[in-house]
Design a protein around this ligand. Sequence first.
Ligand code: RB5
Length: 144
Amino acid sequence: MILIGCDHGGYELGREVAKHLEEKGLEYKVYGSEKGESVDYPDVAKEVCTRLLAGEGEKAILICGTGIGISIAANKIKGMRAALCGDCYSAKYTRLHNDANALCMGGRVTGAGLALEIVDTFLSTGFEGGRHQRRIDKIAELEA
Ligand code: RB5
């Protein structure tokens, strides 16, 4: 289960991502702006991340206009490792090295074609573990 959250700035790309996951036969739920109406991205981040950390989903995809506000908000929540990505290399390595549990994108920044490749890379790449686990443990210590 993939949890998608969008504010109004991420509404259109969020729909593209949902359609893409649908076509791939992946389960998803969408939260936040339902018809493009204005909503506050911290509220969307809170709802989606709380649900993710409660085990309702495997990964989150968070989209606002730039991707920045929603990633800042998500990373305030203990247990979140939300990565703002605008390229496939970052999406790959944030999974391999950071075990990111949320992908953030900017709906007004990244075009749908690239965004869907970023989504595919993020969802299909596993965590490498090893020395990277030690570093993630140190991030968790910063939350304490
Ligand atoms: C909303 O206008 C916009 O500020 C928001 O989507 C996002 O870009 C914030 O970081």
